[in-house]
Design a protein around this ligand. Structure first.
Ligand code: HAX
Length: 426
């Protein structure tokens, strides 16, 4: 970890000094106002934390370190992790070191398998992932360093060590969960000669004669790697870690948030919706049939899965990346055909309906159909795929939080009588 740690040490020093100075000089400087609507609406849009890894603008979507995500679709996930942490791409020597850090701990200790094997057979794959990560907490370098009294300004280094431990194992664990949970046969042992994405695709054990599945997995990992700090899973991880809980506690908690239907579980629901349409119409419905079907959903008080977003007001560029991949590789597939048809029809219907602030597709509208095309038909597993990818962004965010000396998170809670009084209602 020598080269990466050296680069991070410079960054950490600058971040720590800057943060301290800003906090001291601008303790009372106002940078915004909060409305009652925001307090009552899930702290929506309140600028309340520092997140340097990525930004999400309503009219453009995700940028990683200020680079639009559509310019990164061919990047290696390992390079993206380096970019998230440092703001730069690795040079050749750093890339070699990264490969070593992503593979050196990819064998998972027996006790993790024992715990997973003892779980009920119908456990949700996300419960298995979160549990497997939590039981590895005993190996945390961060916790050991804290217990032995290491200086606070060096703690980022142990968070980075834990990040590599997590990243090198999470693909092995996720692939094993897939194989155990869906009766795919024995676990497939990790290889050290493959890159992170290729190794993950290999351990999942799905057929991949032309390497397109591997290509998809690499892109999937990159597209889902990060989405700013305020989403439920990243915010949870930041909050847990702000108490100086280590990465295993923090990331396991993040996965419990990601498992929610309004967050990471949505991708499973999107494919399920597309498959229902496939079943009902015996293939791709006509424009008229689909329009009628969507109005039926809306009139019944339901949402169109895969459309709308809490922040975005344009087509999610991550959808565009998956959609382009599908257009190149899956045109013969009826399920992808329905995704394509929905893209033509759903925005018109939602515009006419007039309720959704964003009528355009989000990332979940297309990702599942591509995994399904390559044989990963078990959509209960899709949130695990999301979680594996997000391990990069969340780890990077927590390394940077420790590097900058971020304090414990402690927003103020209001009582209902308290807010009523502030609003002049009592
Ligand atoms: N279909 C029908 N109605 C929709 C809609 C959709 N796809 N998207 C929003 N609306 C409705 C909302 O339900 C809301 O109605 P009410 O006023 O009756 O409550 C109204 O339009 C305004 O909502 P909004 O401000 O545009 O959207 P929110 O920020 O409240 O919600 C959601 C964002 C993503 C949860 C929402 O668009 C939705 O439910 N979409 C469908 C499910 C989905 O695709 N989820 C994946 C999200 C991607 C993600 O972040 N994954 O992690």
């Amino acid at each position: 970890m020598k080269l990466i740690a050296a680069k991070m040490a410079e960054i950490a020093e600058t971040m720590r000094v800057e943060r301290k100075q800003m906090a001291k000089q601008h303790e009372e400087t106002k940078i915004g106002e909060i409305t009652a609507g925001q307090v009552l609406g899930g702290i929506r849009g309140v600028p309340a934390m520092i997140c340097d890894t990525s930004t999400v603008n309503p009219d453009e979507g995700l940028r990683i370190r200020n680079i639009p995500i559509l310019e990164l679709t061919k990047a290696q996930p390992e390079d993206i992790f380096f970019l998230l942490c440092t703001g730069a791409f690795p040079n050749d020597a750093e890339r070699t070191e990264l490969h070593d850090m992503f593979t050196r701990n990819s064998s998972v200790p027996y006790y993790v398998w024992n715990v997973l094997e003892a779980m009920p057979r119908d456990s949700h794959p996300m419960v298995m992932l979160s549990t497997a990560i939590l039981v590895m907490e005993r190996e945390s370098n961060f916790r050991r360093a804290y217990d032995s009294g290491k200086a606070k300004d060096k703690m980022w280094m142990y968070m980075l060590e834990d990040s590599f431990l997590l990243l090198s194992r999470i693909t092995t664990i996720a692939a094993a969960i897939y194989r155990m949970r869906f009766d795919k046969g024995e676990r497939i042992q990790p290889r050290t000669d493959l890159d992170w994405g290729a190794n993950f695709a290999y351990m999942l054990g799905l057929p991949d004669t032309n390497s397109r599945f591997t290509e998809l997995i690499r892109m999937y990992l990159v597209l889902h790697s990060d989405h700013e700090g305020g989403n439920v899973s990243a915010f949870t991880a930041n909050t847990v870690s702000s108490a100086l809980s280590d990465l295993f506690y923090s990331f396991s908690a993040a996965m419990n948030g990601l498992a929610g239907p309004l967050h990471g579980l949505a991708n499973q629901e999107c494919l399920s919706f597309v498959l229902e349409l496939h079943e009902k119409f015996g293939g791709v419905p006509s424009d008229e049939e689909l329009t009628k079907e969507l109005w039926g959903l809306l009139n019944g008080g339901q949402v169109i899965p895969g459309y709308g977003h809490a922040v975005l007001r344009v087509t999610d560029p991550r959808f565009t990346a998956f959609y382009n991949f599908g257009k190149q590789n899956c045109v013969d597939d009826k399920v992808f055909g329905i995704v394509d048809k929905l893209f033509q029809i759903a925005p018109k219907v939602l515009t006419e309906h007039g309720k959704a602030k964003n009528v355009w597709p989000n990332v979940d509208a297309a990702s599942g159909s591509l995994l399904n095309y390559y044989g990963m038909t078990e959509f209960e597993f899709y949130t695990v795929m999301f979680g594996v990818s997000r391990a990069m962004g969340i780890s990077a965010q927590l390394v940077l939080a420790r590097a900058s000396g971020a304090p414990i998170t402690r927003p103020k809670g209001l009582t209902t009588p308290g807010i009523k009084k502030l609003l002049g209602m009592s």
